[in-house]
Design a protein around this ligand. Structure first.
Ligand code: UT7
Length: 306
C-alpha cells in the first residue's frame, strides 16, 4: 500500500503483526465480546454490574455512547455508564475512575473496557501512521475488595493533560469545529494525523516521569515493581522508560509485536497476556502507564488481588 519495508517497521516500532476488524464489526461488538470474556472468567452475571466505562476514540457513532450499546448487548440491566475519551491513556484513566467509583462505596462492580477500531480512522496512504495501529478490545472487572484481600487493589494514580500538544496527534474533522463535508473528506481530515517525532519525544520523557513520580510518592522505586504494563505505542518508548526506571525486561509486558497500537485496548490486552503467561500473582505490585493524544499522561499503581 505504501513505500515501506517490514524491516523499517520492526526496527522502528517493534510491530510485526496487527489485527484488523472485518467491515461488519464495530467497536461495541469487540467491547461486548471482551466484557463477556471478563465476566465469564469471574463467573459474574451481567445483571451484577453497577457501571460500564468504555474507553475509546472510535465509538460506533457520536451518540448514543458505546457504553449504552454494550450495556444493551450484555443485558446489563441496572448498570449506568459512559464513554471516556483520552486516546491512548483512556484505559489508565478508566481504571482510575472505576476504582474511585468502587472505593466511594456506591458501586460493587465496575466494568472498564478499552476498545478501538483504529482501522476506521487510519489513512492507508500515509506511511507514517498506517503501519502503527491495529484493532482490539479488552476489559477488566473492578470489584470491591474484602478483608481477606489484605490491602490488594488500587493504590494511587498520577495524571496530567497538556492541550498544547493537541495538534501533534489528532483527527481534525467530524466534530463541531469541522463537521463532515465533501471538502473534509477530500482533504482526508477524517483520518489520524500525527507528527510522529514530536509525540515520540514527549512520550519517552513523560512515560518515565509519571512513573517515577508516582512510585516516589508512594515510597517505591522501579525495583519494587513486579510488572510494568505500559501502553504499546512503540517498543522504543517502552524500553527507554523501563530502563530509566530500572525495571528489567523480565518485568515489563511487551506485546506490541503481535497487536500494534490498539489505542485504549493495549493495556487490557497486555494484562490478559501477563495473566495467560503466569506473570501476575496475588500481592504483586503492578504499574500501568500511558501517554497519548491530547496530550494525555497517566500511571496507576495496583496490588494484584488474585
Ligand atoms: O499511542 C499514541 C502515541 N503515539 C506514539 O507514541 C507514536 C510516537 N511516534 C513514533 O512511534 C515514531 O515517531 C514513528 C514510528 C511514528 C516514526 O519513527 P521515527 O523514528 O520517529 O521516524 P521519523 O518520523 O523521524 O522518520 C524517519 C524517516 C523519514 O525519512 P527521512 O526524512 O529521514 O528521509 C520518514 O519519511 O523514516 C521515514 N518513514 C518511513 N520509512 C519507511 C516514516 N515512516 C516510514 C515507513 N517506512 N513506514
Amino acid at each position: 500500500m505504501v513505500d515501506t519495508t517490514s524491516q523499517w517497521i520492526v526496527e522502528r516500532t517493534g510491530i510485526c503483526e496487527r489485527r484488523i476488524a472485518d467491515p461488519e464489526t464495530a467497536t461495541s461488538d469487540m467491547a461486548a465480546e471482551a466484557a463477556r470474556a471478563a465476566l465469564e472468567q469471574r463467573g459474574i452475571a451481567s445483571s451484577e454490574i453497577d457501571a460500564i466505562l468504555v474507553c475509546t476514540v472510535t465509538p460506533d457513532m457520536f451518540f448514543p455512547s458505546t457504553a449504552c450499546l454494550v450495556q444493551n448487548r450484555l443485558g446489563a440491566r441496572g448498570a449506568w455508564g459512559f464513554d471516556l475519551v483520552a486516546a491512548c491513556s483512556g484505559f489508565v484513566y478508566g481504571l482510575t475512575t472505576g476504582a474511585h467509583l468502587v472505593s466511594s462505596g456506591a458501586h460493587r462492580r465496575v466494568l472498564v473496557i478499552g476498545a478501538d477500531t483504529m482501522s476506521r480512522i487510519i489513512d492507508y496512504t500515509d506511511r507514517s501512521t498506517c503501519i502503527l495501529f491495529g484493532d482490539g478490545a479488552g476489559a477488566m472487572l473492578l470489584e470491591a475488595s474484602g478483608e481477606s484481600d489484605n490491602g490488594a487493589g488500587f493504590i494511587d494514580f498520577l495524571g496530567e493533560i497538556d492541550g498544547s500538544g493537541g495538534d501533534f496527534l489528532k483527527m481534525p474533522a467530524g466534530g463541531s469545529r469541522l463537521p463532515a463535508s465533501v471538502e473534509t473528506v477530500q482533504q482526508r481530515l477524517h483520518y489520524v494525523h500525527q507528527e510522529g517525532q514530536q509525540v515520540f519525544k514527549y512520550a519517552v520523557k513523560k512515560m518515565f516521569e509519571v512513573c517515577r513520580d508516582l512510585l516516589q510518592r508512594n515510597g517505591f522505586t522501579g525495583d519494587d515493581v513486579t510488572m510494568m504494563i505500559p501502553h504499546q505505542a512503540n517498543r522504543r518508548i517502552i524500553t527507554a522508560a523501563a530502563e530509566r526506571l530500572n525495571i528489567g525486561p523480565d518485568r515489563v509486558l511487551v506485546n506490541i509485536d503481535r497487536y500494534g497500537n490498539t489505542t485504549a485496548a493495549t493495556i487490557p490486552l497486555a494484562t490478559q497476556d501477563a495473566i495467560a503467561q503466569g506473570r501476575l500473582k496475588k500481592g504483586d505490585l503492578v504499574l500501568f502507564a500511558a501517554v497519548g493524544a491530547g496530550y494525555t499522561v497517566g500511571a496507576s499503581l495496583w496490588r494484584w488481588a488474585y
